[in-house]
Write a protein that binds this ligand. Structure first.
Ligand code: SAM
Length: 283
């Protein structure tokens, strides 16, 4: 793909240079192309969601968890938020202070006034007064380990309309599968699926995402799971998009309970059951 295809009309060349996507002489930095490709691809999924909220609410708030260098936040701001003449806002949540400082400085330099970066863990951001009571869109791109789970909790607590997740590896579920493997082996032939250590890890990772989807469905969300980019770009390319539709919750909640019980994962119940914010949990 040529440079002209990857830089879009109206896009800040200064931003791309600052994110080291363009070299100082305006050429594509090959190492960063992969990241940009992922983020653009993700933008195609996120843009219609932003448009929908904007049309209905007139403004929007997006929180990006485990923001890192905030590639996603900056590209979303540059391609969508920058043109909005309202108080729409992007918050980036990140535990590494130096990345938060760098992102703040870059937003200042570029005049991206509708962006804030908070040096908080995802878990702490749920109750932080620095964030609004409700948010429209929550994103988490490769947020490490259980940070994706905390991002789901955040989204549920803030009654997010849209949740966009590209999970990283999560080790917790695999650890419980591993611990209980001996007990399970005799009782269930399907345990063969995770008997070998490598399979325990891979199956644990897949089950984690299955449980996340059921958790979201149990809160009335419609969930779609797709691929972010081809395998050659990233090993972690599962894209989970959840849209709040107030759907019936009882069946996914029962399924979640059954899956945990069938796999000997009862110890993970706390992780995937979150008290609903609304009242019609029995629907
Ligand atoms: C793999 S990087 C991804 C960064 C960015 N989202 C991207 O895709 O380029 C994960 C980031 O999440 C941050 N992180 C990990 N656990 C976190 C937590 N519990 N709360 C907030 N940030 C976290 C890390 O410091 C790191 O910058």
């Amino acid at each position: 793909m040529s440079n002209t295809h990857e830089i879009r009309p109206g896009q800040s060349v200064e931003l791309l240079k600052e994110l080291h996507i363009l070299t100082r002489d305006g050429k594509m930095n090959q190492d960063s192309r992969r990241k940009l490709k992922q983020v653009y691809h993700l933008f195609q999924f996120i843009e219609p969601l932003l448009q929908e909220v904007k049309t209905e609410n007139g403004r929007l708030t997006l929180v990006d968890h485990g923001a890192g260098k905030s590639y996603l936040g900056f590209i979303l701001y540059d391609l969508f938020f920058k043109a909005l003449a309202d108080d729409s806002h992007i918050f980036g949540i990140e535990t590494r202070e130096e990345l938060v400082k760098t992102s703040r400085a870059l937003a200042d330099r570029l005049g991206f006034t509708g962006m804030s970066f908070l040096n908080l863990s995802v878990a702490d951001s749920i109750t932080s007064p620095a964030l609004p009571e409700t948010v429209d869109v929550v994103t988490a791109l490769h947020a490490c380990n259980t940070a994706t789970d905390d991002a789901i909790r955040f989204a549920l607590a803030k009654q997010a309309r849209h949740i966009v997740l590209v999970p990283c590896c999560q080790a917790e579920v695999a650890a419980v599968l591993r611990k209980n493997k001996g007990q399970q082996l005799g009782s269930n032939p399907l345990t063969e699926i995770w008997r070998h250590p490598l399979h325990t890890r891979e199956f644990g990772s897949q089950v984690t995402n299955v449980l996340r989807c059921l958790q979201l469905e149990a809160h009335g969300y419609q969930v779609s799971v797709t691929e972010l980019v081809g395998w050659e770009h990233s090993m972690k390319n599962e894209l989970i998009i959840a849209q709040y539709k107030n759907l019936p919750r009882r069946r996914p909640a029962q399924r979640l309970e059954s899956v945990l019980a069938s796999l000997g994962l009862e110890a993970m119940r706390e992780r995937f059951f979150t008290a609903p914010a609304e009242t019609n949990a029995d629907a």
